[in-house]
Write a protein that binds this ligand. Sequence first.
Ligand code: NAG
Ligand code: NAG
Ligand code: NAG
Length: 659
Amino acid sequence: MSPTNCLIMLTLLSSRGIWVFVSFLPYVLGECWRDGPCDGPQSASFTGPWDKYNFAPQTRFVTPVNVISFPEGEFVSAYDEDEKWTLDSETPELVLDFGYEVGGIISLDYDQLGDGPSALALAFTEAKNYIGHESDSSNGSPEYPDLHLTHKINSTGPGAYTMPDASLRGGFRYLTLYQEEDDAPPLHIHNVRLEISFQPTWPDMRAYQGYFHSEDELLNRIWYSGAYTLQTNSVPSYTGRVDVGTIEEGWKNDAFVGPGGTVLLDGAKRDRWVWIGDMGTAVPSAFVSTGDMASTRNALQVMFDNLRDDDVLPKAGPPYLAYNSDTYHMWTMIGVYNYVLYTGDIDWLEPIWPKYIRALNYARGLVDDKGIVSVKGTADWARWLYSNERSSASMLLYRALQTGAEIGTCGQKKQRLSREAIMAELWDESTGAFRESPDDVSLFPQDANSMSLAFGVLERGSEEAERVSSYLESNWTPIGPEVPELPGNISPFVTSIELFGHFRAGHPERAVQLMRDAWGWYINHPNGTGSTVAEGYRVNGTWGYRTDRGYKDETYMSHAHCWSSGPTSSLTERLVGLQVTAPAGEEWQFVPETGVDGLGEAEAGFTTKLGKFSASFKVDRSRVHLKWDTPEGTRGWLSLPGKSGRWIDGGKGSRTLCL
Ligand SMILES: *[C@@H]1O[C@H](CO)[C@@H](O)[C@H](O)[C@H]1NC(C)=O
Ligand SMILES: *[C@@H]1O[C@H](CO)[C@@H](O)[C@H](O)[C@H]1NC(C)=O
Ligand SMILES: *[C@@H]1O[C@H](CO)[C@@H](O)[C@H](O)[C@H]1NC(C)=O
């Protein structure tokens, strides 16, 4: 907290008297999470009109915003922290709405107005339509539901309750309080507060190192919902979910997930483990928005700490550590490149390097005699599995080898995977798309086709790239693409890759339309969190993602899943077109997409160890005004997409180009 803030806080406190001072003490001290490191940024890199879209709270201790009805969730009144809320036979439930996604440890004070034992119950949910006596599902056990927390009260009079640390609830928006017994004496509840556990090493959760702003209100909100989701997924080391199947009731979030004070996981409420595959989309978004790369480094570190003797990387970090997914193995390889590109952190890379080479050689060894990948570890993202020669695996290896070459693996073993083999074995000329596998000519998956564009297997302007972009569009519903390899579902994760693909194929209008259709639908949904990006949903507009593939309980879907944050990175890197192209931004490019309807003006910025980078464009009839401000000593490539460009020096600059 800055000295000025302290001063304001103290003035506020003294005006309320000494009692208030004591009860507010936690707001003043320890804005980081508890005793861990507190080395996050002190202040935002860029401030401006975009700050109003930032969902992150001002303080680590927050209170509910509204009291709403049970179970419909209709507005009852604003939450007043000085008021006592009564639970009795007339009002058996108190439903509190925090107003946006939160997560952490709840504390409250109470006063029991009568004799006899009673029990206060607490139930949590992310989605409004699951408000009820039991929490939405998070523990991962198909047999045992999450239920609710119970606090036994034995006597009349005042008391206080704080959730045990192991019961930390990583993601929720709604909290329902009620008494377990019907005939319990009335209970007054007051001073309900939440200690937020995520983004633990940041003294100021709003200190974003990047920003985005455009004339499209909806896209601004979507960008910040991705950023905030990443924050809710960046957590203290010992707040992971204990392994599925080891608990028989409720939930337990005190497992070790990775080293350091903060680790990037895949979800806020659920999973709460490192899944690097999911970070293929999350990490670029973290870089351009919060700028928190420490959580990524610690997540990558724990994967390499657990490289197995046979050179296989785990599918997910501890305590799970299954070694059964070659596609996630390759995502981890790509993740190393992304991290090093954004940070230039060679000191981290050096000791990892021998392991990186071993893991890359393992991946190379998956190429079969057809010249494409045949996976041995068959697990994958949520898709149904049809074939070991699934085309997405070849696309991923293509990208892993390309990024490996960029960070210095040239001269390693001869590459055996080629673009020619991918085209010969997997391209389907009649459909104009990649098929699932050489043998499966009836399925044209969203994942592999999106990757073929996003990873540059197909070049912008080629006939094949045009056809794949059109093919992908043919799967669209009004709320996003139906996934051919997971029918009935919409995956904002794979659709994030589709966004990158349309941008790279020269169809930014399709990418922006998809953001408005899918992410726009979610953020405006009255039953969602209104502040995050969701793991998935059904094409019929219900939350029951994957209920026919492993997720037995429809409430299990995670509403704050950073694998769905693709719009955040692509709006900065592809729409504004400001992107790092050499470590830490020694080289960068500014290639804005100026032709999208309703987007004549946009700007973005981010920060690396070399300094701040920002750029803006503004279309004025047949011309576009470009401005940039980047660190001296760097250089950037300036052009309009698909047109010739030129190198420019770092520093401040501007130019007007004809469209
Ligand atoms: C929100 O949930 C309520 C309660 O289940 C339901 O009636 C309503 O249709 C839902 N709204 C939308 C837009 O799905
Ligand atoms: C009530 O009694 C139970 C059983 O003795 C005990 O575990 C619990 O801590 C007590 N609750 C309070 C609030 O004192
Ligand atoms: C949506 O689809 C799921 C899965 O097929 C089904 O269980 C559910 O009843 C459907 N809901 C609506 C409102 O159509």
